[in-house]
Design a protein around this ligand. Structure first.
Ligand code: GUN
Length: 290
């Protein structure tokens, strides 16, 4: 049986639903508008931002990229965000991460108006998620929940192991999985976890979000496991024109035969992240202009 969980196809169905809803919305209002802030010339970030812009345009969301040099001061960046906060024509604001070292990422995120925070990274939005009254759910964890709903009938009581504790994936995902509408039993593992394999082997669901190629190998999972691979790692590959290829955190070829469902990289979580961002942007427009 093919265990491949096709994030591209599932993301496409989410985008189609969003496109239809954007069309209804835009029949009597200006289209939803997303402001993307991109600082510096991090190649992966520039590529993600291009992908977000293209996807926005395909569903009828208007987007503007505000590119700033890596040398921008924190003060200037906060000023830009305050300007976007005050601009009634802007529904959603997204600051692409990572930011240059001299900028305090948390100060930037806290400056975004929480009602425009389509990434869901503002402490108010993360706090609301934790207490079970979410406003904006971070896109990657939200997309992972959709993938899990497609792969499994019911998450209630399932043993879910999240590998990675970042603020943008691991922590919010753990909160979503233990929410009352999901009811999974959640373990969060990280770089200091002892005997990671003992945890992953006992899991019904493994979500790998550590950013380490080949972290999850076939001997570390049980038959019938559902695996979500959040890793996007560039590994050198001279046979590719661009000199690298993208791999996840999971040894896909070895794990797939044991898995009930598993997401590939690329074509798994990545497309879902973008689809959920578009959904959040529509939601911001609906909420702000109601
Ligand atoms: N960098 C890596 N993932 C993300 C994301 O989901 N949103 C933003 N803004 N930056 C990121």
């Amino acid at each position: 049986m093919d265990s491949r969980l096709d994030g591209r196809a599932i993301a496409k169905s989410v985008r189609t639903a969003t496109r239809n809803a954007v069309e209804s919305f835009s029949a009597h209002a200006d289209p939803p508008a997303l402001a993307v802030v991109l600082v510096g010339d991090h190649p992966a970030s520039a590529s993600y931002v291009r992908g977000k812009k293209r996807a926005a345009s395909e569903v009828g969301i208007q987007s503007t990229v505000h590119r700033r040099d890596a040398s921008i001061s924190q003060h200037e960046l906060l000023d830009l965000i305050r300007t976007l906060n005050a601009d009634d024509a802007v529904d959603g604001i997204l600051v692409q991460l990572p930011l240059p070292d001299h900028i305090d990422q948390y100060a930037v995120i806290e400056t975004i108006d929480p009602t425009k925070d389509v990434d869901g990274f503002h402490p108010q939005n993360l706090g609301r998620l934790l207490i079970g009254t979410p406003q904006f759910v971070p896109a990657t964890p939200a997309g992972i929940m959709v993938l899990l709903e497609r792969a499994l009938d019911d998450l209630a009581g399932a043993r879910a192991v999240v590998v990675g504790r970042s603020n943008i994936v691991g922590k919010p995902l753990a909160a979503l999985l233990m929410q009352r509408d999901a009811n999974a039993t959640v373990t969060v593992c990280h770089s200091r976890t002892r005997d990671l394999a003992a945890h992953t082997k006992a899991a019904d669901i493994v979500i790998a979000a550590a950013g380490r190629p080949n972290l999850i190998t076939a001997d570390m999972v049980s038959d019938g496991v559902t695996v979500i691979d959040v890793g996007i790692n560039r590994v050198d590959d001279d046979s590719r024109e661009r000199g690298y290829r993208l791999v996840g955190d999971v040894d896909y070829d070895a794990v797939a035969p044991k898995a009930h469902a598993i997401t590939p990289v690329p074509g798994g979580v990545g497309p879902m992240t973008i689809a959920m961002l578009l959904r959040n942007t529509l939601q911001a427009a609906q909420h702000r202009r109601a």
